[in-house]
Design a protein around this ligand. Structure first.
Ligand code: AMP
Length: 504
């Protein structure tokens, strides 16, 4: 595993692997502690490779547990403290871990074998100085981690990512972000239960970078957050566009605050043009990168740098060129491959595609299959995203499952949203269908404005709808427009559509 090799390589230096608040963990200690944890796990599990579960936030020692699991030949399943306890139990019911590492303040876990921070210290002391042999490490197609994403049925689905999947991602992403072994600070903001965090952890630790961790507590305290940014020496920014959208509301969030910032990468949701423009203005020496991909294909499969030209173009921002060893196909409803510029479902084929969902053959068979690249068989995944390819670049056109019918018209909700974002004073927009008698009665647009207005919601709505009429047919224009000060976000930092639906 490249990540273990990377940690070993830098364990002979004085480099820092992680920083969280004022606490640091060196590569040397990360290597040492994870050896002890691996030996403990080996003693508990014997030859069984059942995964472990880790419940916590951004504590430095979580990384020692993750690496310890990998060194002992098993996967870890990280659950952020924002997971309510009932959801934690749903996961442990699936995984049946023999060891549950707890970094939260929660104490009641039924009959799970809980290792808390005090017990962890004892384990490290007990196994100090001993090492585990390389033969035990997670390898090839064995699982490295399992991330639980919400499933349409309400039961979380565990996406299994192997050592091979990760190596493919690291080999592609590290050079793109120039994470190259020179001492660099990489932002570690996304929760470990969200695949975006892998963009920081894996390229970072393979190449001796320092992960600058932002805890939930700091993320909730803007003054402290910007204070920490100012002291961070950050070179690589990794977040959702929503998080950066919040940061730009602070005027001092600019090149002066982060003078060493080389690149900002965004994956996971649509990167608005207005945000890209602000970032390019505020950080003239920094690359703004749009990346695309699902958890099921190891975080990301395409990237590109956003330019002023792309912002000025009337098309939406491209989500990038696919990585070299992966193939993107666009298929129509009958599974026929479409040609350049034609819109259909995005299919990903290649070595970064997961083997499927943990213990869930039915869901796995629905969306995973095998396909070929140059005669070689690979895993393939139906993303449920719609898009097209133009000049080698992928353009994302929304979720297929957000396609609706309104009065017989076929409408993509995100089509309306991206056009709403073109309206002059609109910063971001979400459109929700309003149901009556189980049928969509009308659409409601919820918008965040760039500049607040003293006009009433009705007057703002009329003006927005008038301008929107320039871009889309009238049947697509939401009947009502509501302004909102700030969109609610879910645990992954994306706009929480479910909450908006419930509240509106
Ligand atoms: P997740 O598995 O949480 O990373 O979510 C994956 C989904 O997020 C994809 O299938 C897309 O629908 C969406 N997504 C990821 N990257 C982008 C992007 N750059 N632009 C728009 N949507 C994206």
């Amino acid at each position: 595993m490249k990540i273990i090799e990377g940690i070993k390589k830098y364990s002979n230096t004085d480099r820092i692997a992680l920083k969280c608040n004022d606490e640091s963990l060196s590569y040397k200690d990360l290597d040492k502690y994870s050896e002890a944890i691996a030996l403990y796990l080996k003693d508990i599990y014997g030859d069984e490779n059942t995964p472990i579960v880790i419940y916590g936030n951004k504590e430095n020692m979580i990384m020692a547990c993750m690496i310890g699991a990998l060194k002992s030949g098993r996967a870890y399943a990280p659950l952020d403290i924002s997971f309510p306890i009932d959801r934690v139990f749903e996961v442990t019911k699936e995984i049946k871990p023999k060891v549950f590492f707890n970094f939260s303040e929660e104490t009641e876990f039924g009959d799970l074998n809980v290792v808390n921070e005090d017990k962890l210290k004892e384990i490290i002391k007990e196994y100090e100085g001993k090492t585990i042999s390389k033969e035990n490490w997670v390898k090839e197609d064995e699982n490295a981690y399992i991330l639980f994403t919400s499933g349409s049925t309400g039961k979380p689905k565990g996406v299994q990512i192997s050592s091979n999947n990760l190596d493919s991602f690291v080999d592609w992403m590290s050079p793109y972000l120039k994470i190259d072994g020179s001492e660099k600070v990489v932002m570690n903001q996304a929760a470990y239960s969200f695949d975006l965090s892998v963009t920081s952890i894996y390229p970072g630790l393979v190449h001796g970078a320092t992960l600058f961790s932002l805890s939930k507590k700091v993320l909730a305290d803007y003054k402290e957050l910007f204070n920490q940014f100012g002291k961070s020496d950050m070179a690589v920014w990794v977040s959702t566009p929503s998080f950066a959208g919040v940061c730009v509301t602070e005027n001092s969030f600019n090149q002066e605050m982060l003078p060493k910032l080389e690149s900002m990468i965004f994956i996971g949701e649509t990167l608005p043009k207005s945000l890209s423009k602000t970032l390019l203005e505020r950080f003239p020496n920094t690359r703004v990168v749009n990346g695309y991909g699902p958890t099921e294909a190891t975080v990301g499969v395409s990237v590109n740098d956003i330019s002023q030209e792309m912002i000025d173009d009337e098309k939406s921002l491209p989500v990038g060129y696919p990585m070299e060893n992966c193939k993107i196909k666009i298929l129509d409803e009958n599974g026929k491959e479409l040609s350049e510029g034609e819109k259909g479902e995005i299919i990903i084929i290649g070595p970064s595609v997961s083997k499927g969902y943990f213990n869930n053959k039915e869901k796995t068979d629905e969306v995973f299959f095998y396909d070929e690249i140059d005669g070689v068989k690979h895993r393939a995944y139906r993303t449920g995203d719609s898009g097209y390819i133009l000049d080698g670049n992928i353009y994302y056109c929304g979720r297929r499952d957000f396609q609706i019918k309104l009065n017989g018209f076929r409408i993509e909700i995100e089509d309306i949203e991206s056009n709403l974002r073109k309206v002059e004073n609109v910063k971001n927009a979400v459109v929700i269908p309003v149901y009556k008698n189980e049928k969509i009665a009308y659409l409601k647009g919820i918008v965040e404005l760039k500049e607040s207005s003293s006009l009433s919601d009705i007057k703002i709505g009329i003006a927005i709808k008038k301008e929107l009429g320039k871009y889309i047919p009238s049947y697509m224009i939401p009947r009502t427009i509501k302004t909102i000060e700030k969109f609610p976000t879910n645990t992954n930092g994306k706009i929480d559509r479910k909450k908006l639906m419930e509240e509106n």
